[in-house]
Structures are given as structure tokens and as C-alpha cells.
Design a protein around this ligand. Structure first.
Ligand code: DAH
Length: 449
């Protein structure tokens, strides 16, 4: 989510990985047969380009836990929600940020966090990038699934490509009338939830959640209130449907499932919330949601509608539900992975736990260097990922000090190379690591110690 804490290291200048520093005569980039000009923001390495369509779409593949999860969410929410498969991940920054109300200085807009094709075009960083177009195409109730791209750290739960599902439901005034369809649906869902083995903590004040939007207060307070009620009933139903079967097994049927609503902030909703589930001893963040900012619906040609939206990360949930220990496994083509995720004949979500098929030995290599004037950790992570692909398991900063005299800062990062499906030869790892060091020296002028 965008709510993660700001990176400790401030990015001072924009690094471009594949385009020369001169501002003219940069090679265009062809993505999905469309040629895009490049500029000083272009920062998509080859390892990511390979993942841009027409790459395989995991949530639609057989033997994919993400496919099982997507279809289970669609089943729980039911056929009223249109299932939409997202188009190409190459989107305008207008759709990804501007239309959604992201301020100019939002960290998500930085090339340290986002992959840019050029200043006006990026790889979508979230499925919310498709809200505007989807509403404009007059889809009123939908679930849209897509791959999203973010520059980030490397560990067992972060991968630069992952998958999100965006959901939305909007209605016109008549539906909000007393006894109208929204109220009826709320009552039906609430009656079901009242029978559920679930404890819902929801004492978020409206102020904490960002308050009602001025247009709703002035014109449609009842619609906004019912929207929140419907949003809560829908998402409580979803969370219960997803987690209860597993929870019942793990808690041996003893305790109710615990869900809590907490206040949040998103530029494109108000009020805004996050939903968390208590699972294996901690609160797990499941999704972000809220009442769609009315100007978005107005600009999409749906000025007469009010409604809600949510967004969730599929890997995060699948890793918990199926006990998948490493996010790289989703990309594995090993039959030992996919054969475990076949759909049962009755179409339900299998209540299964992933059986790790092996753990090959790790191989640690350190990178110590003096920090140059401008450097962002994500550049280092990206370089390692680009050279070593899925053979890198994690990269962590293990030491950091400032030289007392020169005041220069030194850092040491430890790279853990480990394959998911074979033993890595020492020579192979040495060659990979040498390539990493070489690129760090050449492209970022890192003074390796
Ligand atoms: N796009 C948000 C993210 O990636 C998630 C999100 C939050 C989507 C709230 C929504 C929403 O539709 O209403 O962090």
C-alpha cells in the first residue's frame, strides 16, 4: 500500500538505467507493439520489460493459487459483479495519479518508487489506475484484476510485479431510496453476518476516516451513509468467506474470526478505511477502501451515481491462506508448485497448505561501498534483481556507519542468492555477483570497498 513508511534514504537525483543521460535522441521503447518515446524518467530494466504483456497473467492460469483466489473472491461477491480483465499495464500518469487526486509531491510519483516509460507514462502501480476508464465505460459494479509494478525492497514478501484486485459498486439516487435495492442488500448481508462466527471491531469515527465529502453532505447524505453501510457489509462478508474456513481449522473451531476496521487515507476516497484480520498471531492488512471521491465519478460521466471502491493485494492473501513462504514461488514454472493448486471438481477454494518441496542452501555475498552523492536503495535492489532474476531471495542492509573524519557514509548489504528449485553452483553465484558489482560501479559510480 502507499501507506508504507517513507524510505530512510532520500533520493536526490533521478537515475536512469537504460537511457543515456543526454536529453535528446533516446531510443524509443516498444511495448505491446506500441512505440513510446523515452526521456530522463525512463527506468524500466530488462527483467521488468519481460514481465510486461503479453506476459502470462498469473491470476488466469491453471495451477495458480492467484487464480484460485481470484475466482473465490468473485464467487463470494457473486454474479452482480462483472469480472474484468485489465488491459496493458502501460498507463498514463494521468490515470495512475492525477485523475485519482494524488498530490504532485506524492512519493509514489517518484522514479525511485515507480517504473516510468517516460514522464507521462508508467507501468500501473495499482489497479485504481483503471477506475476512471472502467466507470467511463459505464461499468457500475465490477471486479478488475491486474498485475501492478512497483520498485521496492527484495525479500520473501516483495516482488516488483504483483497482483491486485479492484472492486467498485455505484448506484443512482433511486437505489438509495428507503426500501430501495441498496438498503435491501445491506439487510440481507447483515442478517447473514449476524449468524457468522465473527467479531467485528468497527469504532472508526467519521472524522478519523476523512469525513463525508462536501458534495455528499450537501446533496446526498443518505446515499453516502448507505454506501458506507453497504461497503462494510460487503467486505465483512468477503473477509469472512475467505478466512473463516481456514480459521475454523487453525483455531479448532474455538474462537470467532476477528476483523477490524481502521481509519485510512487515500486520495481517491473519503471516508477511507483499511480492513485487517487477526491471523496466526498478528493483524494482517487485507485491503483499502472507501467512498469514491465524487469528482472522479463526475468526470467519468457518472455524476448521478454514488458508490464505493476497494483494492486488495492477491499475493499477500494467498501467501497466508495457502502458507506459501516466498513470493517468488508464484512465478515458478516447477510442476511441484502448480500441481498443488488444482481446483477441486466442486469449484470451491481448496483448504490446502502448500508443501515446500525443498530448501536449497543459501549463498550469501556482501556488497560494501561508500555512499555516492545521490543514491536510492531501490537502485541497488533493482540491479541485483536485473542481474540475478529470481535467484535472489533477499537483500538486507547489515551495516552502516559514518567515517568520523571524512564524514562519508559506508553501507553494507547482504545478498542471499538461493534458487527455489535447484542447487546453485558457487561459480554461477560468483559470476552473478561480479556482474552486480560491475553494474553498480558503472551505472551508479559506487565505490565498492
Ligand atoms: N490503490 C490502493 C493501493 O494500492 C488500494 C485502494 C485503497 C484501492 C482504497 C481502492 C480504495 O479502490 O478505495 O494501495
Amino acid at each position: 500500500m502507499w501507506l508504507r513508511p517513507a524510505c530512510a534514504v532520500q533520493r536526490l537525483a533521478v537515475r536512469t538505467l537504460h537511457v543515456s543521460a543526454s536529453s535528446t535522441q533516446r531510443a524509443p521503447l516498444t511495448l505491446n507493439g506500441i512505440e513510446h518515446p523515452t526521456d530522463d524518467y525512463t527506468n524500466i530494466p530488462a527483467s521488468i520489460l519481460r514481465r510486461v504483456h503479453p506476459a502470462p497473467q498469473l491470476p488466469y492460469l491453471d495451477g495458480q493459487p492467484l487464480n484460485l483466489l481470484r475466482t473465490e473472491i468473485e464467487r463470494i461477491l457473486g454474479p452482480k459483479y462483472e469480472s474484468i480483465r485489465a488491459p496493458s499495464p502501460v498507463v498514463s500518469t494521468r490515470l495512475n495519479f492525477d485523475e485519482l487526486g494524488f498530490p504532485e509531491d506524492h512519493p509514489g510519483r517518484r522514479p525511485s518508487d515507480t517504473y516510468f516509460v517516460n514522464r507521462g507514462t508508467c507501468l500501473r502501480t495499482h489497479t485504481s489506475a483503471h477506475q476512471m476508464e472502467t466507470f467511463r465505460a459505464n461499468h457500475l459494479r465490477w471486479l478488475l484484476t491486474a498485475d501492478v509494478f512497483r520498485r521496492d525492497e527484495i525479500d520473501s514478501s516483495h516482488y516488483p510485479v504483483f497482483h491486485q484486485m479492484e472492486g467498485a459498486s455505484v448506484w443512482d439516487e433511486a437505489a438509495f431510496a428507503p426500501g430501495g435495492s441498496v438498503e435491501k442488500e445491506c439487510e440481507a448481508m447483515e442478517a447473514q453476518l449476524a449468524q457468522a462466527q465473527m467479531e467485528i471491531a468497527d469504532d472508526v469515527s467519521l472524522d478519523e476516516a476523512g469525513g463525508w465529502q462536501p458534495q455528499h453532505l450537501a446533496q446526498s447524505p443518505r446515499a453516502a451513509e448507505l454506501t458506507v453501510r453497504h461497503l462494510k457489509a460487503t467486505l465483512n462478508t468477503l473477509v469472512y468467506g475467505l478466512f473463516q474456513p481456514r480459521w475454523a481449522v487453525e483455531s479448532e473451531g474455538g474462537e470467532p474470526l476477528k476483523v477490524r476496521w481502521i481509519p485510512a487515507f487515500f486520495p481517491f476516497t473519503s471516508p477511507s478505511f483499511e480492513v485487517e484480520v487477526w491471523f496466526r498471531g498478528k493483524w494482517l492488512e487485507i485491503l483499502g477502501c472507501g467512498v469514491v471521491q465524487q469528482p472522479i465519478l463526475n468526470r467519468a460521466g457518472l455524476a448521478d451515481k454514488v458508490g464505493w471502491a476497494f483494492g486488495l493485494g492477491l499475493e499477500r492473501i494467498a501467501m497466508v491462506l495457502f502458507s506459501i513462504p516466498d513470493i517468488r514461488l508464484f512465478w515458478s514454472e516447477d510442476r511441484r508448485f502448480s500441481s498443488q493448486f488444482c481446483r477441486p471438481a466442486d469449484g470451491t477454494l481448496p483448504l490446502m497448505t502448500f508443501k515446500p518441496y525443498s530448501k536449497y542452501p543459501p549463498c550469501y555475498k556482501d556488497i560494501s561501498f561508500w555512499l555516492p552523492g545521490s543514491f536510492h536503495e531501490n537502485d541497488l535492489f533493482e540491479t541485483v534483481r536485473d542481474c540475478a532474476g529470481d535467484l535472489v531471495e533477499d537483500v538486507a542492509c547489515i551495516d552502516q556507519f559514518v567515517h568520523p573524519k571524512t564524514k562519508r557514509e559506508s553501507r553494507c548489504y547482504r545478498v542471499n542468492y538461493r534458487s527455489m528449485d535447484r542447487n546453485l553452483e558457487n561459480e554461477h553465484v560468483n559470476a552473478l555477483h561480479a556482474a552486480v558489482l560491475d553494474r553498480l560501479r558503472r551505472e551508479f559510480r559506487l565505490e565498492i570497498r
